[in-house]
Write a protein that binds this ligand. Structure first.
Ligand code: PEP
Ligand code: MG
Length: 588
């Protein structure tokens, strides 16, 4: 009998293998009172386990082959850093001492506190940080509960050739091990598409499905299963005809991947000779390695708020300069677009006294509004960005604008910084381009006014869509309304591109829409020539650019702009894409 299980496909690819359900038996943690005279012994036991956890992670870090993608090592580094964090070591020790309880219980209490903070965040990316906390805590907890455990990082993951691992949840480190053990694919019962585990599976090319509840109960060891990581579907007991279809699909997918890899060194040029710039969005210094890996032309969006998170005080000018300079140098002459702080609402740092208390943070004192209100935060960043511009082609970009007066205030502050740097004899590029993001309907409709004052614009569709359609981008309840093809959204995007063109000011796009291959042709037809995307999607966007004759699709694109009915818009998009969007990786 054929059994089909549906989950969330997080890493495309087809794998056919034998199921290996693994129960890793998490034990419950209970509170125990520790007599006063034994407290220091308990603290010592915890310190030893923390040391052992650190050793395990370092050993695993060393096992990662050099050629592995940057984000893989970055995850392990993040976990190592978390282990060094006071909150997870001295913080837990303080609880043991204060409550006179066992280390396991103290760790659980600290974990619950941290998770509550992360759960309070709206940003889906930041919420995935919660998984990191959980993964590190789990690792420590396992060693506390089971001191005789094998010191190999995960002995159950050894030689997994031809196996489809079925498990409750996996840490990013587990994924590296699965990859090394040559597992064919994995499915987990929990987890979401934005989790680090999912991101990692994608960068290692390991087909994966998450959220397949009950998978371990429903599958038997060694039965043959097919995992389709794009469709999020697992099939057990497939008949011969179905197996043949999956094998064909697998062959096509592999061929497609090889074609994408070949594109890396080639420029993005449409069939009618239009040159297109493809850049990357980055968040951490380490992301920079991906620029070379995918052959990007620069960084179209560096989200600097990540420098401010997970700490109590903001980084000062020197620390910021060091971080920006490192990225500029690593880019070796490719442009770097540094976005000023987009804090507020969902992204807050430590115990920031300026943290927004707005009842509706997305509409509150966020991003540029917050920076303009608090020069003590803004000026050091502006100075650091200016100083970084002495080391290579840096562009500065302001987020979340609605009024031109905000640009004028921000530019005035930037001018103050230029003057003070000049007086201090510190180097910077006097001609550093300054632009802004178009992320609100107000900014899109008044794009001409922004273009008149700035050197470039960049459309942030993540926010533009949320503000245009009045839906919180991270509220699951209204997710169904999140629609990049909504006529209002299309008109705002087109209007912004046109306003930029009229003013002779380049317009880029750095929201998720820019990296979604389904919209590449549409955006090319609108006149967009500058895309900034996540690393994973850039090669596919390039492939589509190279296969597009923009002049030929433009009439249909313009019809899309005039269409009112969502079905008509969808049908026109289908015609425009005309089979060029990879159906294997993006099934609709
Ligand atoms: C956007 O809003 O599209 C954007 C790129 O900014 P962020 O996702 O950081 O808000
Ligand atoms: Mg935004």
């Amino acid at each position: 009998m054929t059994l089909i299980l549906d989950g969330i496909g997080v890493s495309p690819g087809i794998a056919i293998g034998r199921a290996l359900p693994i129960a890793r038996g998490e034990s419950e943690v209970y509170e125990q009172r520790i007599p006063a005279e034994l407290i220091e012994d308990e603290v010592e036991r915890l310190r030893q386990v923390l040391d052992r956890t650190r050793r395990q992670l370092r050993a695993m870090r060393e096992q990662i082959p050099d050629e592995t993608a940057a984000d893989v090592t970055a995850f392990v580094d993040t976990h190592l850093l978390m282990l060094e964090d006071r909150v997870l070591n001295e913080g837990v020790i303080d609880i043991v001492r204060e409550l006179g309880c066992n280390a396991e219980w103290a760790l659980k209490l600290q974990r619950d506190r941290l998770i509550a903070v992360f759960d309070g965040m709206d940003d889906p990316y930041l919420r995935t940080r919660r998984d990191d906390v959980d993964h590190v805590v789990q690792r420590i907890q396992r060693l506390l509960l089971n001191p005789d455990a094998d010191d190999r990082v995960a002995p159950e993951f050894e030689d997994l050739r031809g196996r489809v691992v079925v498990v409750d949840d996996l840490t990013p480190e587990d994924i590296v091990l699965l990859h090394q053990a040559k597992a064919a694919a994995f499915v987990t019962e929990y987890g979401g598409p934005l989790s680090h585990t999912a991101i990692l599976a994608r960068s290692l090319g390991l087909p994966a499905i998450v959220g397949l509840r009950e998978a371990r109960r429903l599958l038997t060891e060694d039965e043959t299963v097919v995992v389709d990581g794009a469709l999020g579907m697992l099939v057990a007991g497939a008949d011969d005809a179905l197996m043949r279809r999956f094998r064909m699909r697998r062959r096509d997918l592999l061929r497609h991947r090889r074609e994408l890899a070949l594109l890396r060194e080639r420029p993005a040029i449409s069939r009618d000779g239009e040159s297109v710039t493809l850049e990357l969005n980055i968040e951490l210094e380490d992301d920079i390695r991906a620029v070379r890996e995918v052959g990007a032309e620069g960084v179209g969006l560096y989200r600097t708020e990540f420098l401010y998170l997970n700490r109590d005080t903001p980084p000062d000018e020197e620390e910021q300069l060091a971080a920006y300079r490192k990225v500029v140098r690593a880019l070796k002459g490719r442009p770097l677009t540094i976005r000023t702080l987009d804090l507020g609402g969902e992204k807050e740092f430590g115990t920031d006294p300026l943290a927004s208390t707005s009842p509706n943070p997305a509409l509150g004192l966020r991003a540029i509004r917050r920076c303009l209100r608090h020069p003590a935060i803004f000026l050091p960043q502006l100075r650091a960005i200016l100083r970084a511009s002495a080391y290579g082609p840096v562009r500065l970009m302001f987020p979340m604008l609605t009024a031109v007066s905000e640009v004028e205030q921000a530019l005035a502050m930037l001018q103050l910084c230029r003057q003070s740097l000049a007086q201090e004899g510190l180097a910077f590029n006097h001609l550093m381009p300054v632009g802004c993001m178009i992320e609100t309907p107000a900014a899109a409709l008044a794009a001409d006014a922004f273009a008149a004052r700035l050197s470039f614009l960049s459309i942030g569709t993540n926010d533009l869509i949320q503000y245009t359609l009045a839906i919180d981008r991270v509220d699951d309840e209204v997710n169904y309304l999140y629609d990049p093809l909504h006529p209002a959204v299309l008109r705002l995007i087109y209007g912004t591109i046109r306003a930029g063109r009229k003013a002779g000011v380049p317009v880029a796009m750095c929201g998720e829409m820019a990296g979604d291959p389904r919209y590449t042709r549409l955006l090319l037809g609108f006149g967009l020539r500058d895309f900034s995307t996540r690393a994973g999607t850039l090669p596919e966007v390039k492939r589509i650019v190279n296969q597009t004759h923009i002049g030929e699709i433009r009439p249909q694109v313009m019809r899309m702009l005039r269409a009112r009915d969502p079905d008509d818009i969808a049908a026109l998009l289908e015609q425009i894409n005309n089979g060029v969007v990879d159906k294997l990786a993006y099934p609709d």
